[in-house]
Write a protein that binds this ligand. Structure first.
Ligand SMILES: Nc1ncnc2c1ncn2[C@@H]1O[C@H](COP(=O)(O)OP(=O)(O)O)[C@@H](O)[C@H]1O
Ligand SMILES: [Mg+2]
Length: 240
């Protein structure tokens, strides 16, 4: 895999060639090949991305159009928290207009949150980081299948179009770690967001949404444990 800055260059500058529409996707979500003729990895297999054009979005009652901006905001938040949880993502023009393009993770698609939680206790710390990330991002759609594992056992979170609402409405399958303490390094990173939301994230959201990111981060600093679902209803549908 190319290094991070090469990935971002390929995503931002590569020529986009649509390979196909992703099965099961609720919006128009495309697998694309990215070719940068003289760029990094020009002689390797083409890099691939997940392209979500604004134009392909199904209208929603609870989110304004422009979910691709939330995909980028999620990547920027993951970077700001030092998590490396969201694959590199950019916003750019493409064959169907402006959209997000995210690095396509070569994942083991037999695995997802539930199977990883069950069979890989060694990865539980990485799963705990998802719980914190989703709480800060106010993710309303952390399905089991939105946790991917690659061939180096790195876990990646995908599909963050439904994050960052100003109203708190977390929906996730990650509840196994409720009440456990949050690791100090991550807590320090959350405290920095509580202090001030990075511009890389804030620039993509409405003012009340930025204020809500800061509120949630402050809440975590004051209650530094992994979240619990006292309502029993904070699950996405379908679960996988
Ligand atoms: N960055 C990625 N790397 C690998 N596969 C991905 C990535 N993003 C999405 N996918 C695959 O595409 C499917 C649909 O993408 P998703 O982001 O869930 O779209 P939608 O918003 O339409 O639900 C996912 O279930 C997953 O299998
Ligand atoms: Mg999805």
């Amino acid at each position: 895999m190319p290094d991070r800055s090469d990935q971002l260059e390929i995503l931002a500058q590569g020529e986009i060639d649509i390979e196909g529409r992703m099965p099961w996707s609720s919006n128009a979500t495309f697998l694309v090949n990215l070719v940068l003729p003289d760029g990094p990895a020009a002689d390797g297999p083409p890099a691939q991305g997940i392209y979500k054009p604004l134009r392909g979005e199904r209208p929603l009652w609870d989110f304004e159009p422009g979910l691709h901006r939330r995909e980028l905001a999620a990547y920027q938040l993951s970077e700001a928290l030092g998590l490396d949880l969201v694959p590199p993502t950019v916003i750019r023009d493409g064959p169907l207009g402006e959209g997000s393009v995210q690095w396509f993770v070569d994942a083991d698609h037999q695995q997802h949150y539930f199977t990883i939680h069950e069979s890989r206790p060694d990865l539980h710390d990485a799963l705990r980081r998802f719980a914190v990330f989703d709480l800060v991002a106010n993710n309303t759609d952390r399905k089991s299948g939105h946790v991917l594992i690659d061939h180096d056992d790195h876990l990646w979170g995908i599909d963050h179009g439904l994050c960052f609402a100003s109203e708190f409405k977390l929906r996730t399958v990650v509840w196994e770690f409720a009440g456990e303490p949050i690791d100090d390094d991550l807590l320090a990173a959350v405290a920095r967001v509580a202090e001030s939301v990075p511009l890389s994230v804030a620039a993509l959201l409405a003012d009340d949404e930025v204020a809500a990111v800061q509120e949630r981060a402050r809440w975590i600093v004051e209650h530094p444990v992994l979240p619990a679902d006292h309502t029993g209803r904070r699950y996405p549908w379908p679960l996988v």
